[in-house]
Ligand binder design. Structure first.
Ligand code: GTP
Ligand code: MG
Length: 1103
């Protein structure tokens, strides 16, 4: 097939109604890249024979090797359809579709719907479309790529494996699409597996497919009801506010009931998938076919003499064909007769038949019959071919071509940029409002109407690193055959001319044979040198979507960073000149002069201005709006320290890390206090990809990598405490502890965990009690981290606008009050349940920690207002040297933050500890006799309060029985029954726990869900793949922290224990092992016996 000229694609960019921006989303390995292959083949980018085999968009070497996509890639496709313009077409007749098929090529028929209905009276009108397609990775490590892709698109093809059904990532991607108002079309892929692998009959397959549809629709249903409930809550809150302002309560009650009715009557039918609505495609990407049931409706309508529209509605569901009357009947009309649903009889059986005669029970004669029946034209060569799979693909490529079906569904079902932006933009700009207001600002109008003549608004969702030699300006021009012939001809003529001139002895001829040859060689050498210089260098290109205006090369634009806040328009904002624009074609880029609104494109010249994502804004407009959205990033959990093998190459590594940080939205690059360079990645596969990138592209040096560093949490429980040895503290801390024994000590009289502490200058004395937070409350704090963060930010934000996180909408004072009210009302019962000490204390929570938002609490138990703000009027508190206890608030708080951020076990953050500040007093100055006054005294004291508070919190913590908490992965594995035992063995060896195991109904597959400590998970995926010969592959997602119920300080103490276990304790203390590894890494003191049993070595070998 011919490849599409670039000019055709560029021309279509301006025709907004004929543009579609779509992405392919699915669980890992459900066939996204394979499906995109067939679409590429339809544009002649790859040969159709190779479609489904090359996985063209997996252009990285490691992607091909591992067979999974790691980076999303984009490509622009051209699609042409012929529409029948006739009265029939107006009534909903199917268009004739054809991707640009070369008619001279050996593919005689374009489409299954071509022949049955066309009549000479009909006029055919061709329509051209541009489809910007993004293939995304399905592996959970790369889920940030899904957020990036869905932000840029208006529609999505959501793939589901017909055998595996709805998996974890299917759920995630559907949610992401829903959140971004991206309209989905469902593709149930790998139907061939139902035929060849599971050997289902068409009826069994039909029931199975229905089950999958139900599963997907159930997922969609939950999103819808969540939305409705949320909106309902918002509406009620608004109404309540109104009624508080004026009318009496009876009316309010009435309104309440009305809103309840409203919920029930909301129509949700449009969100579900049903084959009769045309939003479900059945496909086998590997065999290159796909269909929607309406294709069959077009064929059978004529045969049965029915209206196509009617038949389309009956082709899936409980509808049957009465053999006597030849009428379609419902379930009731069956009257016990064993009829098959129309979907089975008219659709699936046909597909099954083709597989039967070609693959499962090959029969040449039958194949020929079927081919004839389907009105296809196959070459005898194809029919005779021994390769049954090839015959199958040839038949299907004519009968049910995948690209035609999928692209047609995209065009019919998914919205064009103007249609999509009308709905998506208001939601994106006003996420907190149920009915977004009419756009008033110029930019808002431009975005909503997708107006190419307005000012520019674009969103860069990702920076992509491309080799410099791919850029159009650097590309060696590939000459067409004609151009090459032309060049050869000129060179030959020159040679002949010079030879002639030499013959007649003409002087003044400049070109002789040698010169021409030398010139040619020189030109080639120059070209080569230029190419070599570019080789290995990378440029960063922004991957963007333009919502309004037309962007041109040379134009000046404002770049708004992710932290941009309209309230402070000068911060996080810079100006750039657009250096170049590109259409992204997989591995290739096509240079463009301009890009109109509604397209996905690449943009150069942003390096140094955009780190990972940002908004482009017309330079003419004042202010701006931040379009950064919330993604579904998995928390980066695996961290490793890196260093170059050759220490002199440090600069290269640093530069490489910078590039990596820019090119990958979900990696975090840090430099630790120790000077180590650390990267945080979302999982092992992600880590491997980052390392490959660094080694081969960004740094191009050998890099050595530390063992993965896994986070732990420290907590304590109410159990008998072990004797704490100095291992709990570093040598320094222990020493300080000894010296300061009198300053920080446990209270002899107070309850467990009470510490009395005095600052070294003996000016401030306080009593703080550490208590483990009861289970329920702790769970709440962990699960509602996001809510707490919003709350904390809103309090900070109101006092200090601008330092808040880069959210698009700032909560107003009203919303702040609401946030607080909600949080308090939820905390109250939990505090009340926690015990007498806790009751009513939710109002006195001074801070959350660590990082001001974590799951530990600092509680004011002083009975006075203890906050910095109130220090102005010192509430009659005692005052010494002009300093009040309130002045200490900040330092106490900081001490608490430091302690919770790095606990006493191994310097990891605490989880679930509360610190009650019971007393604080300023003592009479005893040391310096009041010499240092006011500010300097304050400075010294506040520093000392921080450290004293920190140590007091740590010591208080150790009064309880300490525990380590392990980061846990939740692990989903699909596997067959044969290797189930092996899977269990691998999980058990890695200290995993099986949560549940379920047989997937109707399939020989088991779905296992397990939990596994992250620290034990390295190499797990490879291990399990090896042990099961690739039959099982796990998906690991960080789930939560779980307590390892083992005291890291436990040693056999009592006589019984010593008797039972011996001095060494045969049972290894796993908690201690984990703790010591971390302490060793951090350079903290580790108590370790180097020689356990110094016995004489014996040789066991007998003579
Ligand atoms: N039997 C069968 N196998 C298929 C089909 N489509 C894809 N596959 C196979 O499924 C495997 C995964 O296909 P990919 O296209 O790489 O899947 P993907 O969704 O792109 O995977 P990620 O990008 O890693 O998430 C490959 O081995 C394909 O050959 C199909 O329709 N039928
Ligand atoms: Mg893929």
């Amino acid at each position: 097939m011919p490849s599409i000229p670039e000019s055709a694609l560029i021309r279509l960019q301006a025709n907004q109604d004929h543009v579609r921006n779509i992405c392919i989303l699915a669980h890992v390995d459900h066939g996204k890249t394979t499906l995109s292959d067939s679409l590429l083949a339809s544009n002649g980018i790859i040969s159709s024979k190779l479609a489904g085999k090359v996985r063209y968009l997996d252009s990285r070497e490691d992607e091909q090797e591992r067979g999974i996509t790691m980076e999303s890639s984009a490509i622009s496709l051209y699609f042409k359809i012929m529409r029948r313009v006739s009265s029939q077409a107006a009534a909903g007749g199917a268009p004739i579709a054809s991707s640009v098929t070369d008619q001279s090529n050996n593919t005689p028929a374009d489409s299954p719907t071509d022949s049955p209905q066309s009549s000479p009276a009909e006029v055919k009108k061709s329509e051209e479309y541009l489809i910007n397609l993004i293939d995304s990775p399905g592996h959970v490590d790369f889920s940030s790529e899904v957020s990036t892709a869905s932000r840029l698109c208006d529609g999505a093809l959501v793939l589901v494996d017909a055998v595996e059904g709805v998996c974890t990532q299917t759920h995630t991607v559907l949610r992401q699409a829903w959140r971004e108002s991206v309209r989905p079309v469902l593709v149930i892929n790998k139907i061939d597996r139902l035929i060849t692998e599971l050997q289902f009959t068409p009826l069994e397959a039909y029931l199975h497919l229905n089950k999958i549809l139900e599963q997907v629709n159930a997922v969609m249903g939950t999103f819808f009801s969540e939305n409705v409930l949320e909106e309902d809550y918002r509406k009620k809150a608004e109404q309540k506010k109104k009624t508080q302002e004026n009318v009496d309560e009876s009316v309010a009650a009435l309104q309440d009931t009305f809103s309840d009715w409203h919920v029930e009557t909301q129509d949700d039918s449009h969100i579900y998938f049903h084959p009769s609505q045309g939003n479900v495609i059945f496909a086998s990407a590997i065999d290159g076919w796909a269909f929607r049931v309406d294709q069959f409706a077009a064929i059978y309508a004529q045969k049965l003499g029915m209206k196509e529209g009617v038949l389309r509605k009956c082709l899936w569901g409980d509808f049957f064909l009465d053999p006597k009357t030849k009428r379609v009947i419902g379930y009731k009309g069956l009257k016990g007769r064993p009829l098959k649903p129309l979907a089975v009889q008219m659709v699936l059986e046909n597909v099954w038949k083709v597989y039967e005669v070609v693959v499962t029970e090959p029969d040449k004669e039958m194949t020929e019959k079927v081919v004839k029946l389907l009105n296809l034209k196959l070459l005898p060569r194809d029919l005779k071919s021994k390769d049954t799979r090839a015959t199958l693909t040839t038949i299907f490529s004519q009968w049910l071509p995948l690209s035609t079906c999928v692209l047609l569904a995209v065009i019919e079902q998914l919205p064009s940029p103007p249609a999509a932006q009308k709905i998506r933009m208001p939601k994106m700009l006003h996420p907190l409002e149920s009915t977004p207001p009419e756009p008033t600002e110029e930019w808002e109008k431009g975005m909503v109407s997708c107006d190419a003549s307005n000012g520019v608004v674009a969103y860069v969702s990702k920076m992509v690193s491309v080799p410099l030699d791919v850029l159009p300006k650097n590309k060696r021009k590939t000459l067409s055959a004609e151009e090459m012939r032309q060049r050869g001809r000129i060179q030959r003529e020159q040679l002949i001319a010079s030879a002639k001139a030499a013959e007649i002895g003409e002087v003044g001829v400049h070109l002789d044979v040698d010169e021409v040859i030398a010139n040619k060689a020189l030109a080639e050498a120059q070209e080569r040198a230029a190419a070599e210089e570019l080789e290995g260098k990378e440029a960063l290109i922004g991957f963007a979507r333009i919502y309004s205006g037309t962007i041109r090369v040379g134009q000046r634009l404002k770049v708004l960073g992710p932290k941009y806040d309209p309230a402070q328009p000068t911060l996080h904002c810079s100006e750039v000149t657009v250096d170049s624009l590109f259409m992204i074609m997989g591995r290739d880029l096509i240079g463009l002069d301009e890009v109109p609104a509604g397209n996905v494109f690449g943009i150069g010249g942003l390096e140094g201005h955009v780190l990972k994502y940002g908004t482009l804004w017309s330079a003419d407009w004042e202010g701006g709006q931040n379009l950064v959205g919330k993604g579904l990033e998995t928390a980066p959990i695996v961290r490793v320290a890196l260093e170059p093998e050759d220490p002199t190459q440090m600069a290269k590594l640093v530069r490489g890390l910078q590039l990596l940080n820019q090119a990958d939205p979900s990696v975090q690059v840090l430099t630790q206090e120790t000077g180590e360079h650390v990267i945080l990645t979302s999982g092992e596969v992600h880590l491997q990809r980052c390392m490959a990138d660094l080694r081969e592209r960004f740094a191009r040096i050998e890099i050595s990598m530390s063992e993965p560093i896994v986070p732990f949490r420290e907590t304590a429980i109410n159990a008998p405490a072990q004797l704490i040895t100095s291992a709990a503290m570093s040598a320094n801390e222990a020493q300080a502890q000894e010296q300061g024994e009198k300053l920080i000590a446990k209270s002899g009289t107070g309850a467990r965990g009470t510490i009395v502490a005095t600052t070294p200058n003996r000016f401030v004395r306080f009593v703080v009690r550490t208590v483990p937070i009861p289970e329920e409350l702790r769970k709440y704090l962990v699960e509602h981290a996001e809510q707490i963060q919003t709350y904390v930010e809103s309090i900070q934000g109101s006092g200090n606008k601008g330092s808040t996180s880069p959210s698009t909408a700032h909560p107003t004072a009203d919303e702040e009050a609401k946030l607080e009210q909600k949080l308090m009302s939820e905390l109250r019962p939990l505090f009340a349940k926690a015990g007498d000490d806790w009751k009513g204390k939710e109002k006195d929570v001074l801070a959350f920690g660590p990082r001001r938002v974590g799951p530990n609490l600092l509680i004011n138990n002083l009975g006075i207002d203890f906050s910095r703000n109130s220090s102005g009027n010192n509430n009659g508190q005692e005052e010494t040297h002009g300093i009040t206890v309130q002045d200490m608030a900040e330092s106490v708080h900081t001490g608490f933050q430091i302690a919770t951020n790095s606990g006493p076990l191994c310097g990891e953050p605490m989880l679930g500890m509360a610190f009650f500040l019971n007393e604080i007093e300023l003592l009479e100055d005893t040391q310096d006799g009041g010499a240092s006054e006011g500010r300097s005294k304050m400075a010294v004291t506040s520093g000392q309060v921080i450290t004293t508070m920190r140590d007091a919190c740590r010591l208080g913590f150790l009064e309880w029985s300490p525990r380590l908490m392990l980061a846990m992965y939740s692990c989903d594995i699909q596997t067959t029954a044969e290797v189930l035992g092996k899977v269990y063995a691998v999980i058990a060896r890695r200290k995993g726990k099986i949560l549940h195991e379920e047989m997937k109904e109707g399939t020989p597959f088991f779905a296992i869900q397990a939990l596994m400590p992250v620290v034990e998970s390295f190499g797990f995926a490879d291990d399990i793949r090896k042990k099961t010969s690739g039959a099982a592959s796990p998906q690991l997602i960080f789930s939560h922290f779980e307590m390892l119920d083992m005291d890291p300080f436990w040693v056999p103490n009592t006589v019984e224990e010593l008797e039972d276990l011996g001095e060494k304790a045969d049972r290894e203390n796993v908690a201690k092992r984990y703790m010591d590894v971390v302490r060793k890494r951090k350079g903290l003191f580790v108590e370790q016996k180097i020689v356990e049993h110094a016995e004489k070595q014996r040789t066991l070998r007998k003579n």
